[in-house]
Design a protein around this ligand. Sequence first.
Ligand code: V3L
Length: 86
Amino acid sequence: FDDQFQWFYEGRNGWWLYDKRTGEELETAFKSGEKRCELLIAGYVYVIDFDAMLQYRRNEPHRKRRVKRDLPDSASTKGVAGIRIL
Ligand code: V3L
């Protein structure tokens, strides 16, 4: 049962959870077998490449971040979409 998986993007020394809506959209696109999807995140269109498991702004494709689909892991999770958890 796949609802246990969450989507993360890389930060310094850890991973950020995507916000709930974006994480759900990523999961839907991933499960549908798409190779990539484009989502509006904080006012920018980002490409999430499921083959490379990278994300980048569509208009700044050289600035890439790793992404992962993984089980919840509080030890390496910094927070949600830039909001820190303690
Ligand atoms: N969701 C929310 N904000 C994002 C996302 C996303 N999926 N992707 C990028 N940004 P870039 P530390 C991150 C933000 O890759 O200290 C974190 O959320 C990104 O925010 O060049 O390094 C933190 O807020 C960055 O501010 O397109 O772990 C912040 O970095 C900006 O978009 C610092 O995190 C440009 O990212």
